[in-house]
Design a protein around this ligand. Structure first.
Ligand SMILES: C[S@@+](CC[C@H](N)C(=O)[O-])C[C@H]1O[C@@H](n2cnc3c(N)ncnc32)[C@H](O)[C@@H]1O
Length: 453
């Protein structure tokens, strides 16, 4: 028995998923893989494994890119459209504008910054989110602030509410540049602000947001959500609107209860909730070769990774952090570097994205001070690898690796040694950014301990 077969046969989650696939297909007829993931509220990869297994057992058949039960249910059941009505309506949207927007988005979207938890909303869901904000009285939303917008919802809101003033704050300069270009294409205006929200709200001058839209990364303790919502609470007036996501379908039901508790602590009440209102795309690097083969072999397509629900909340009171709890809402460090997707796409590339697209480190004054100081904490995390086979240095060998690094029993690769040598000898500290300076000082400090003077 293969590992996949054994898991599917023995793990409760697969049995649950299989039951739900059966019941959705029985009640609503054929589904695409994406809509099945949405309707069952299981991660698309779990659904894929279960569907592939059910196809193998001839419990399911594929027809026109949709799966259906082979044995028609005897109880019948009313046939509902396979795709959720609101998604179908958006897919059928005849508007040229939307079509050109989607094409431009595909062209302009920068590589996702996974260390900033970016994952793309499908175009249908982006449109749906923009419509949710714009619905009702457009005059109710004269100033709409988006906290993060890699999904490019802001140009759509600006298009739907032409009189509104749209403002986006994002940590990623590439996202902001994309939004500016999309807005030019749609002939709408948005204001962009490059800022790290974990430092709190940036100065907004005379801009007073009346609505805030955000899509925070879901955390079990609600800390990431709270970092975004704290900014919303600080900037919104009483009765201001917050549109935010929550309840990711790939997490256990109830995963977001702490986040929702924080929402209440921050002075919001939830006035509307729409389940599975946001679908997110799979990355092209996300599936393993095994899963890709399953999709290809089934004759189905798969684009959606998971879904989230959308909340509408109103600010009903001012939030004042209790004096003894000032740091309670600090952002917990999200260890996205350890996440399998970040590893899969390349951690170093991701670090480079953060370095080149993030706001400049906020300490220009500290640069000269650090450059002239030799007191650094030893933290050379980037260059160390696990010890390899002993790289004994011959006596008298004066090379950097031999003299300095052998005491840590690290075997250096050629490119690492080159980097260390450059940092130790050849580089003007003042020309480096803060992080590189720390690293160079660290290298120089170690070198000075071991090199004979
Ligand atoms: C948090 S991400 C998550 C949205 C994503 N579509 C998802 O999978 O849910 C949303 C946006 O917030 C931005 N962002 C992440 N951390 C941020 C921070 N500390 N300050 C400002 N923007 C941030 C990201 O660049 C991205 O554009």
């Amino acid at each position: 028995m293969s590992l996949a077969d054994a898991l599917i046969a023995r793990q409760h989650v697969f049995a649950q998923c299989r039951d739900r696939v059966r019941s959705r297909l029985t009640r609503h007829g054929p589904f695409t893989l994406d809509d099945l993931a949405i309707a069952t509220r299981f991660p698309s990869r779990t659904v894929l494994l279960v569907v592939a297994d059910m196809l193998r057992r001839s419990e399911l058949a594929v027809e026109d890119g949709r799966v259906r039960l082979r044995a028609e249910p005897s109880m019948g059941g009313r046939r509902l459209p396979a795709t959720r009505p609101e998604l179908s309506a958006e897919r059928r949207d005849p508007s040229q504008v939307l079509a050109s927007y989607a094409t431009e988005l595909a062209r302009l979207r920068p590589d996702p910054a996974l260390l900033w938890t970016q994952r793309w909303l499908t175009v249908e869901s982006a449109v749906h989110r923009a419509r949710t904000v714009a619905v009702g009285d457009p005059a109710a939303h004269p100033v709409v602030l988006l906290l993060g917008d890699d999904d490019a919802v802001s140009p759509l809101i600006a298009y739907l509410i032409p009189d509104a003033n749209l403002v986006v704050i994002d940590i990623d300069q590439a996202v902001l540049s994309m939004l500016e270009e999309l807005a030019r294409g749609l002939r709408v205006r948005i204001t962009t602000i490059h800022h790290d929200l974990s430092e709190g709200a940036p100065p907004l001058g005379r801009i007073r947001p009346t609505s805030v839209v955000c899509d925070p990364f879901p955390t079990a303790d609600g800390s990431f959500e709270a970092a975004f919502w704290t900014v919303a609470a600080a900037l919104l007036p009483e009765h201001g609107s917050l549109f935010t996501t929550t309840q990711p379908s790939h997490k256990p039901l109830g995963y977001s209860w702490r986040a929702q508790q924080r929402l209440e602590e921050l002075g919001f009440v939830i006035t509307g909730a729409e389940a599975v209102a946001s679908a997110y795309e799979l990355f092209d690097f996300e599936l393993t070769a095994y899963e890709r083969d399953l999709v290809a072999g089934s004759g189905l397509m798969m684009y959606v990774s998971h879904t989230k629900s959308l909340l509408h909340a109103i600010k009903v009171r001012e939030f004042r952090p209790p004096a003894d709890q000032t740091d309670a809402l600090a952002v917990s460090p999200l260890n996205m570097g350890d996440h399998y997707l970040t590893q899969q796409v390349g951690l170093n590339t991701q670090r480079e994205i953060v370095r080149t697209r993030g706001p400049r480190p906020k300490a220009p004054a500290a640069v000269p001070a650090l450059a002239s100081s030799a007191s650094v904490r030893l933290d050379p995390y980037v260059i160390f690898r696990p010890p390899g086979p002993a790289a004994a240095a011959s006596p008298g060998d004066q090379s950097l690796s031999a003299l300095s690094w052998q005491r840590y029993e690290y075997e250096l690769a050629a490119d690492e040694e080159e980097l260390l040598t450059a940092l130790a000898d050849g580089v003007d500290l003042a020309s480096l950014d803060l992080e590189e300076q720390r690293l160079a000082l660290c290298v120089r400090a170690i070198q000075s301990w071991t090199r004979p003077t």
